[in-house]
Every structure is written in structure tokens, then in C-alpha cells.
Design a protein around this ligand. Structure first.
Ligand SMILES: [Ca+2]
Length: 278
């Protein structure tokens, strides 16, 4: 069913996310003091190059590009936690299904293993590239977005920090607080993507994607993805207008430098590039 709010994180964070978006946009134009030693974030524009129309929709919680296709994690309360592949022509294939007992969240691929978080179930599933479950790990925290920097997994839990963990054990080795040039915590960082030393993440319930430096936690750039909705056909937009169907998928193909962006239960996945003014 499309429509009604089925993600309980939604109502909890809606107010603080709105405040955060205002704060980040304000920070992007602020000229005041630099209270937390971060530079003012630069505006970033997303230039759409193409779009993929899916053969069936999913409650997207994680997205990553590998070997010419997208890997997707899905999850919601009362909905199935799946591991899907999506071809660049939009064909969706389910590799694994954990059922409705757990709430699937972020996904990343590290050393030919697909790693899938769950929200508050503390379970981390590890699959081979064909989707066969190899092992499980325990996450002591909530699980939201997940990516990796080539040596460590990096995840968010909706709070004010990102967490670096051991890919073999999920033991947390480092915690970095997310900051802007303005005072106050940054909450709601959701789906993540590590690209050339930076992390792109979308702020839950907003149309904002930020780029942050994982070594300092500073948000360096901010992009309003509102133009994605403008680029949809009326039918495609109908899938992206429910209060639940927020922006929540960021993947990157290093070979082409293309990003792939989508949202929960969207019919469309957009490809394109982030452009910053020189
Ligand atoms: Ca991602």
C-alpha cells in the first residue's frame, strides 16, 4: 500500500529534521562566527543525466553500485527485509528475504560480502554476492545508513555521530560527531555513500543530501534534491509523494562517477552528478 506512515522513525524525527534543514540552509548562507571550526557548507547542484524505471518498487533503505548493477536493501515495520539487485534497465531481482521479523536498513559491499543492517534488531546480515547468508554480526546500536571506506564499515544511527566498525566483528573503533558551521547537533543522517574520501548522506525526511568529511565530521556541502520531483512524470511522482516515501538511496559508480539517487517506494532511480560552483 502506498500512502500512510509505516515508518515509526518518521514522526519522531520530522520536527528535528525540518529544523535541521533550515539550519543547514541557513549555514550555507551564513556569514557569522564559525563556532565549531567547520567551514560554511557549499551549495551543490545535482545534474540529472538519466533515470531508471523499476520493474517493481521496494521500501529502499540502502543502495550501492557494484558490477554494473545496483544492490538494494529494503525494510519497514510489517514489510519484508529484502536484498535486491536492480539492473540499469530497471529489472528488480530478490536475492534474499529475511521476512517481516526484522526491519532492514543500510547496505554496503565490502570484500565481496554484502552487509545489511537492521534498525533496532541489532542484527547485521552478511551475504555473499549471490545473496547466500554467510554469517551474522551484532550491532550494539540502532542501524540506519551503512557504507565503507575500503577498510572499515561506517554507519549512522539517526543520532549526532557516525560510527566506524570492524567488518569482521562490527566492533566500533571510532565515533565522529557530525558538525556544521552552526551550533547544535546534526540528527537524522540516513542512507550513506562513501566517495573519494567523503561521505554523502541524506537527512531523513528532507530533500537534502549533504557531503561530510569523515575525518572531522564537518558538513562541507549541501544539495537540495527538489528538482528530482520536478523531473518525474506525474505517475512516477505519485510514488514519491507519500509522507513515508522520502529520499533514501545513494549509490555511486566509480568508473563513470555517476551517482544513483532514489527514495522509499519510488518508481524511479535517477543518475547524475553533483556539481559545485567554482
Ligand atoms: Ca549507499
Amino acid at each position: 500500500m502506498r500512502g500512510g506512515v509505516s515508518d515509526p522513525k518518521q514522526s519522531r524525527l520530522r520536527l528535528c529534521a525540518s529544523a535541521l534543514m533550515a539550519s543547514i540552509l541557513l549555514a550555507a548562507t551564513a556569514t557569522g562566527t564559525n563556532a565549531q571550526s567547520c567551514r560554511e557548507p557549499a551549495p551543490m547542484r545535482f545534474e540529472i543525466t538519466d533515470k531508471i524505471v523499476r520493474s517493481r518498487i521496494g521500501f529502499t533503505q540502502g543502495l550501492e553500485f557494484r558490477d554494473g548493477q545496483l544492490y538494494e536493501s529494503t525494510g519497514r515495520v510489517g514489510g519484508t527485509t529484502q536484498l535486491n539487485t536492480i539492473s540499469l534497465t530497471g529489472e528488480v531481482k530478490t536475492l534474499a528475504d529475511q521476512g517481516t521479523a526484522v526491519f532492514g536498513e543500510g547496505l554496503t559491499i565490502f570484500n565481496d560480502e554484502i552487509i545489511q543492517l537492521t534498525w533496532q534488531d541489532h542484527q547485521v546480515f552478511v551475504y555473499d554476492l549471490a545473496g547466500t547468508l554467510k554469517r551474522r554480526m551484532r550491532n550494539p546500536r540502532d542501524g540506519w545508513g551503512l557504507t565503507n571506506d575500503g577498510s572499515r564499515l561506517i554507519f549512522s544511527d539517526g543520532g549526532d555521530s557516525i560510527y566506524f566498525t570492524d567488518p569482521k566483528t562490527f566492533g566500533i573503533s571510532r565515533i565522529v560527531r557530525i558538525k556544521t558551521s552552526q551550533q547544535g547537533p546534526v540528527l537524522g543522517l540516513n542512507e550513506l555513500e562513501y566517495v573519494r574520501g567523503k561521505i554523502y548522506g541524506n537527512i531523513f525526511t528532507t530533500r537534502i543530501i549533504v557531503r561530510l568529511d569523515p575525518s572531522t565530521g564537518c558538513i562541507e556541502a549541501v544539495s537540495d534534491l527538489g528538482p528530482l520531483w520536478t523531473a518525474m512524470t506525474p505517475d512516477e511522482r505519485s510514488y514519491a509523494e507519500g509522507p513515508d516515501n522520502v529520499l533514501n538511496g545513494i549509490a555511486h559508480d566509480a568508473a563513470t562517477n555517476l551517482f544513483y539517487l532514489t527514495g522509499k517506494r519510488w518508481k524511479t532511480i535517477f543518475s547524475g552528478r553533483f556539481i559545485e560552483p567554482r
